[in-house]
Design a protein around this ligand. Structure first.
Ligand SMILES: [Fe+2]
Length: 339
């Protein structure tokens, strides 16, 4: 039995969470203040709240309650939230990297229905969590990445995610009778900016991974996480997937020899191609032009990549209509930049 089958006996079944789009990336960071300074004052995303007891910092431009959660590494120590709820399992958060991706659901009632299908099929669930602003189910994918499938349960999350917070995270008693069918994901968000930052993105839009088991990942992300097929490279070396409110949320590339499976970058949607050039110019005038590690100008997109203080890639992009043909010509190590 493969590792994936062991972890997910129901991976062939169709749990299909009602996934709209990527909502946030929660990342473990070596130094929360230092990383927040990068994401706020360079990447241009506003701080909205902190959980000092972790410590964790939440940043958003308003599209949803957070684009990133920046959680300081805790040396692998277990963390308990409200009522003793297991907020971070022992062994997690030893070093910087992805903690989890947050996937926005259509509404709570559909989330509960998917939860009940998952339970009926025997899918292992890591946590059922009440975050006060949202209700969440956490699951691990075949490569061991954690995913939060969440439905917003508050109309105005800014009333809670504001300044220094007490522990707002506890156990969620999943209940179909009380679950709301009202979509609360915010149809017309007011997008803010950090004026002094060089870049002014709209929101996090994509996450890109390298993996050695593309077929199993695709099966899991479609059958369990509820994503739809996007683009498929003819040589089988990469594919994209999307939520039902989106065109492209996540991509998987075949890992280069010796490369471990991991998330290599997240991508921030920019308002225009001109705004990317303006961001580059402003960054250079701040004396930080050396933070640019890669640039793409192809049929699929225009973009620029920086690295955050822990080395995780951050892309600022605008999509173009030309598609992904020809990307397979690039070597495996750089291919994930191009799509
Ligand atoms: Fe989250």
């Amino acid at each position: 039995m493969s590792v994936a089958e062991e972890l997910h006996p129901a991976s062939n079944a169709r749990v299909r969470f009602p996934t709209r789009r990527l909502g946030h990336a929660n990342i473990f960071v070596a130094d929360a203040d230092k990383t927040a300074d990068f994401y706020i004052n360079v990447a241009g995303i506003e701080e909205c709240a902190r959980e000092p007891h972790i410590p964790a910092i939440f940043i958003t431009n308003g599209n949803t309650h957070h684009d990133y959660g920046l959680v300081q590494c805790g040396g692998g120590k277990e963390l308990r939230g409200r009522d003793g709820h297991l907020q971070r399992a022992a062994g997690r958060g030893r070093e910087p990297g992805l903690n989890h991706l947050g996937w926005e659901m259509e509404n709570e009632r559909l989330l509960v229905a998917a939860h009940d299908r998952a339970v009926a099929m025997g899918l292992p669930l890591h946590r059922r969590t009440d975050h006060t602003i949202s209700h969440s189910i956490y699951v691990f994918d075949p490569d061991g990445h954690l995913h939060e499938m969440y439905a917003d349960v508050l109309e105005n999350w800014r009333t809670v995610l504001n300044g220094a917070l007490p522990s707002i995270t506890g156990e969620w008693k999943v209940d179909a009778k009380t679950a709301s069918s009202t979509p609360l994901w915010g149809a017309e968000p007011y997008v803010r900016q950090v004026p002094k930052a060089p870049f002014h993105p709209i929101r996090i839009a994509r996450a890109v991974f390298v993996s050695n088991r593309l077929d199993q990942m695709r099966q899991y992300y479609t059958n369990v996480l509820g994503l739809e097929d996007g683009y498929d490279a003819s040589d089988g070396s990469f594919f994209t997937l999307r939520g039902h409110a989106s065109a492209y949320d996540v991509a998987f590339f075949k890992a280069a020899p010796g490369q471990k499976p991991r998330m290599v970058h997240t991508s921030l949607l920019m308002p225009s191609e001109r705004s990317i050039d303006e961001g580059k110019r402003a960054l250079k005038s701040m004396g930080k032009g050396d933070r640019i590690v890669f640039e793409v100008d192809n049929a699929a997109k225009k973009s620029v990549f920086l690295r955050d203080p822990d080395g995780l890639g951050v892309e600022f992009f605008v999509e173009r209509a030309g598609g992904f043909a020809g990307i397979g010509d690039h070597d495996l190590a750089t291919r994930p930049y191009y799509a």
